[in-house]
Design a binder for this molecule. Structure first.
Ligand SMILES: NC(=O)c1ccc[n+]([C@@H]2O[C@H](COP(=O)([O-])OP(=O)(O)OC[C@H]3O[C@@H](n4cnc5c(N)ncnc54)[C@H](O)[C@@H]3O)[C@@H](O)[C@H]2O)c1
Length: 355
């Protein structure tokens, strides 16, 4: 199996490297860097203390822990890390190592994008979502009280290094939710990947089958990398990655980011997007039913939508909606996506009926 995927962005190109030896690979990178700041979370450090302690003993390595959860993705966290790096005389030649899930990656990447007008950073994703999605593509940023990811920059890492042994301590609910993004790649880009996930779902969820997971991660990375490489500035092509996200984001907001994990909201959002693909986007009945059946196999917290109009208010507040009209991702068949400008708020409200 080819264990490197290239993200082809001209002078900003980098590799996604599959390497099951986090410590060795990090030591090699630390050896060629000046000062190194490892940004992670205490919970991750404790789970893998034997590995981290080796790195902590290196003379040019410092650790910074951020809190868990979306609240940690804040301007206050950014200022705290920048202040610490300034006090410790970090400079333009310093490197940031982001070791964590999407919260760590987005935050550490944003620090790297602005500290001294931009320094190098390496992504070591430790969640399935970060391995297949958030660590790739260079989107960094933090939340404002008024909304998620409202401040950010595109700043590409120097490398993404995937050690799947980090997944051993990830709760089952997180694995389940992250598979949403993998099955999304199947829906929008690769029917074979979709079928592979459906066939192996119970094996992945029951015993985190490493061989199957690695195959899914590799193919997901290839797809994200292909899409990002063709559309780094997030114009039309990259938009297909938002399949299920318009309604998914609205559901996250409606339930105040408490009831649903991001991936779980996207799974619900994809049910609605499948419905709209079938009713207005040419998706035939057979693929529609196949898609719905696949999504129904995921364990999801039950939700009770009391006020559909309020969900529509969240859709209207969405960053992408505010920019212009709704650009809604539909699939005319499993494995292909299109961006439609014909979906109205009424259509979206109607689609909530499938939940
Ligand atoms: N930049 C992008 O392109 C992009 C894409 C998708 C999502 N995101 C962002 O990613 C974030 C979600 O990422 P996430 O799902 O990885 O969540 P997360 O980073 O919050 O991690 C989930 C939980 O798992 C814990 N954890 C991490 N690694 C662990 C491990 N190996 N073992 C045990 N516990 C571990 C974390 O502390 C956290 O409590 C959101 O903020 C979202 O906006 C960014």
């Amino acid at each position: 199996m080819n264990n490197t995927v290239k993200v082809d962005l001209g002078k900003d190109s980098y590799d996604i490297i599959f390497d099951d030896n986090f410590v060795e690979s990090a030591i090699a990178l630390v050896a060629i860097s000046s000062k190194c700041m490892f940004i992670t979370q205490e919970v991750i450090y404790k789970e893998f203390e034997d590995k981290f302690s080796v790195l902590k003993s290196l003379p040019n390595v410092e650790f910074h822990f951020i809190d868990q959860g979306e609240e940690a993705k804040s301007i206050e966290t950014i200022v705290e890390i920048c202040d610490k790096m300034t006090a410790m005389q970090y400079d333009r030649s310093s490197t940031i190592f982001a070791v964590g899930g999407g919260v760590v990656g987005d935050t550490a990447g944003f620090v790297a994008s602005i500290f001294m007008r931009g320094i190098n950073y390496i992504q070591y994703p430790t969640t399935l979502l970060a391995m297949i999605d958030s660590s790739i593509g260079g989107k960094t940023g933090v939340n404002l009280k008024s909304g998620k990811n409202l401040i950010g920059r595109i700043h590409q890492p120097k490398a993404v290094i995937i050690d799947t042994s980090f997944l051993s301590t990830l709760p089952e609910r997180e694995i389940n939710a992250s598979l949403a993004e993998a099955i999304k790649y199947g829906f929008i880009y690769d029917r074979d990947l979709f079928n592979y996930i459906v066939e192996n779902m119970s094996d992945i969820l029951n015993n985190k089958n490493d061989t199957i997971l690695k195959k899914i991660i590799l193919r997901s990375c290839q797809i994200k990398s292909e899409v990002v490489s063709q559309d780094v500035d997030e114009n039309d092509l990259r938009m297909i990655l938002n399949f299920g996200h318009t309604i998914g984001h609205a559901l996250e907001g409606y339930f105040q980011y408490k009831t649903l994990l991001h991936g779980e909201a996207i799974l619900y959002g994809m049910k609605c997007a499948l419905y709209l693909s079938h009713t207005t986007g040419g998706l035939n009945k057979k693929d529609y039913n196949k898609g719905l059946k696949a999504l129904s196999a995921f364990t999801l917290p039950s939700i009770d939508i009391k006020d559909k109009a309020e969900i529509i208010e969240f859709v209207k507040r969405d960053k992408k909606f505010r920019e212009s009209q709704i650009k809604f991702v539909l699939i005319p068949e499993i494995g292909k996506a299109t961006v439609s400008k014909n979906i109205t708020l009424n259509h979206i409200e109607e689609s909530l009926g499938v939940l």
